[in-house]
Design a protein around this ligand. Structure first.
Ligand SMILES: [Zn+2]
Ligand SMILES: [Zn+2]
Length: 646
């Protein structure tokens, strides 16, 4: 008999050789029907793998990300078989699961595959899946494995096998298909009910451009056709909400090849939007006791050697700038923290002066390979809404709670109501990975957990996810399309205070080391605006949107009155425009809709006579005739309902 421990701590005594599926059956038939993959002692196993020793068993269903991974990887085998049948002589390489679906890298030789071929591939793959073939793992000797692929003339698999140790090599069979594979499959192909080939792209073998170019076939699959349909609708919506597309349509930002890749240029409307976001946070930060500081865009190389950033990023980042005469070396600032440490160091502090909270909208530069750049989410220059809090260990819990309050205020004001928190703590089995006193770590981790608890956050604790220099809390925000974004990291740091020899005088008159908190509720202005665009589809909260209202005169005759209306709106601090073009009101409305302007104020004969405006909301709702004062009240009521003061 062996002892199998389940995640809830329950222990099952089963006979040696029992499979995860049999364990599932012994728990409930319902569970057994849904189990598609398993993990035993940190290793992914098949549901039919005999368990031969004591250990911990986790069973996965489609609802677990590990379950999805097995599902998608298993589908990649089926798609590979379909490709082999449709395109004889192709060479298969690797086919892993990814965040959403899977890919298979294939050397198609003479064949070319494009979008028009996708339906045939999907049809063939589904045909195979319907055969309900079991996935069967078997061990092969290195010699046999090599021979198998030599017969197929597949140099890629041969290269993979050559790097494996004899005795560890396994093949996976299903139907008539065999693939070199480590394992991690669902029980059989029949569970796969819907398969979609999403795209093809070029990919170098092993990601090296000196290697042959392969074709990467991307796909996704589901246990129900309905789920595929929903996923495709989501993809369609994501395309419409792509921040790069919306950013252009709403004239927020642009890129210029001349200026350089990954360096966004903010257009007037985008700059105004940023400015409002900054003002919003600055106002809240002021109330929360932060002080603004300003630091330069470059710093001496020494600064980053001291901070440790140079050792970590130096070689792989922008290279130093040299002065013409003094032979000094400067680096583009990759982080604001070292500068803020030196600001702290410029004044001797006593415990009575702490906490010090320095905030800066600091622009930093980090080298990203051109292939990695993506709109505003992966750039080479970006502005962090950065702040560093220097406090005593005793103040940590209070400060942490204050930062949580500020982060929640930001999320609420911007319409993010679906999020969880993740507390990242040490891996207790590997203490050597972390710097600082164990007692400090214990205090800091407890301070964060207490803060999360006291603030009523819905949080999970992740062991081993802390940075080497301190534990942290992240907000995981779900956007309107259900995608997760990590936002608003609050990081405790013991490292920089030590490296910069930061001190304060305690009540005992001795020098002590402060703790440092890094935090940025937005993360960066660039990434945050991208997230906001994709979350709202460009329909920003009213307090933030560039143009809140547009006045649309029915004809030239009413321009004077329209200007009077505009003037009155401006006096009420409403951001409004006037569309004086010689176009029909219908056309003006359509364009204002595209610009996502929340309110259209139509003015003609009647409105002028009664001193009112006809209000039409974005999306078509008719609010009828209102005086400009009544309209202004309506705007401020709506703003006050989302934008509370901090
Ligand atoms: Zn496999
Ligand atoms: Zn920092």
């Amino acid at each position: 008999m062996i002892e199998i421990t389940l995640p809830d701590g329950a222990v099952k005594k089963v006979s040696k050789g029992t499979t995860p599926m049999e364990v599932a059956k012994s728990i409930s038939e319902g569970l057994a029907r849904n189990v598609i993959s398993a993990k035993f002692n940190d290793t992914v196993v098949e549901t039919v793998t005999p368990l031969t020793e004591d250990g911990t068993l986790t069973l996965y269903t489609w609802n677990d990300s590990e379950g999805k991974k097995a599902f998608w990887h298993s589908t990649s085998h089926v798609v590979a078989q379909a490709l082999e049948e449709l395109y004889p002589g192709i060479k298969l390489t690797i086919g892993p699961a990814i965040e959403n679906g899977f890919y298979y890298d294939v050397d198609f030789g003479e064949h070319t595959v494009s979008e028009k071929d996708f339906p045939a591939i999907e049809k063939k793959a589904l045909e195979i899946a319907r055969g309900k073939h079991d996935y069967k793992m078997r061990s092969v000797s290195k010699a046999d494995a090599l021979q198998y692929y030599k017969d197929q003339d597949n140099e890629f698999k041969i290269e993979l096998i050559e790097n494996l140790e004899d005795g560890t090599i396994t093949f996976c069979d299903h139907s008539t298909f065999t693939d070199l594979c480590r394992g991690g499959h669902i029980p059989n192909t029949g569970i796969i009910k819907a398969i979609k080939i999403l795209s093809v792209a070029g990919a170098y073998w092993r990601g090296d451009e000196n290697n042959p170019q392969l074709t990467r076939v991307y796909g996704i699959s589901f246990p129900k056709q309905k789920e595929l349909t929903e996923y495709l609708e989501l993809l369609e919506e994501a395309k419409k909400r792509d921040h790069r597309k919306l950013g252009k349509e709403l004239e927020l930002f642009t890129f210029s090849k001349k200026v350089g890749q990954g360096l966004p240029l903010w257009l007037p409307k985008g700059a105004a939007l940023r400015e409002r976001l900054e003002q919003f946070l600055k106002k809240a930060q002021k109330k929360a006791g932060y002080e603004m500081v300003v630091t330069p865009h470059i710093g001496q190389k020494e600064l980053y050697v001291t901070s440790g950033h140079y050792a970590k990023y130096g070689e792989d980042s922008f290279q130093p700038i040299h002065t013409p005469k003094e032979d000094e070396e400067f680096l583009l600032k990759p982080m604001n923290c070292p500068h803020h440490c030196e600001i702290y160091n410029s004044t001797p502090f006593s415990y009575k002066d702490l906490p010090k909270r320095y905030a800066e909208f600091g622009t930093v530069y980090r080298y990203e390979q051109s292939g990695e750049l993506h709109g505003l989410t992966r750039v080479r220059g970006f502005t962090q809404d950065d702040a560093h809090i220097f406090c005593t260990t005793e103040q940590l819990n209070e400060e942490f709670k204050n930062v949580i309050d500020l982060s929640l205020y930001v999320l609420n004001s911007l319409g993010f109501d679906n999020f969880t928190a993740q507390v990242s703590v040490r891996d207790l089995d590997n203490p050597e990975k972390y710097i600082g006193d164990v007692s400090d770590w214990e205090k800091a981790e407890q301070a964060i957990i207490d803060a999360a608890e006291e603030k009523g956050l819905n949080y999970v604790i992740e062991s081993g996810e802390a940075a080497f220099y301190g534990p942290k809390l992240d907000f995981m925000v779900k956007d309107a399309l259900g995608r997760n974004w990590q936002l608003g990291t609050i990081q405790v740091d013991y490292n920089l205070p030590k490296r910069f020899d930061l001190t304060y005088k305690g009540s005992d008159n001795e020098l002590h080391r402060p703790v440092m908190i890094h935090r940025a509720p937005f993360g960066s202005m660039e990434r945050f605006v991208a997230l906001l665009l994709e979350h709202t589809g460009g329909n920003f909260p009213l307090w933030l949107i560039p143009t809140q209202a547009i006045v649309l005169p029915v004809s030239e005759k009413h321009e004077k009155y329209a200007e009077k209306v505009l003037n009155s709106l401006e006096n009420h601090e409403i951001r409004a425009l006037i569309d004086k073009r010689n176009e029909t009101v219908g056309k003006k409305i359509r364009e204002a809709e595209l610009q996502k302007i929340p309110f259209m104020l139509i003015v003609g004969e009647q409105e002028e006579a009664s001193g009112t405006v006809s209000v039409r909301k974005h999306g078509g709702e008719d609010l009828g005739s209102l005086s400009t004062d009544a309209f202004s009240d309506l705007v401020s009521t709506e703003i006050n309902s989302t934008l509370k003061s901090f």
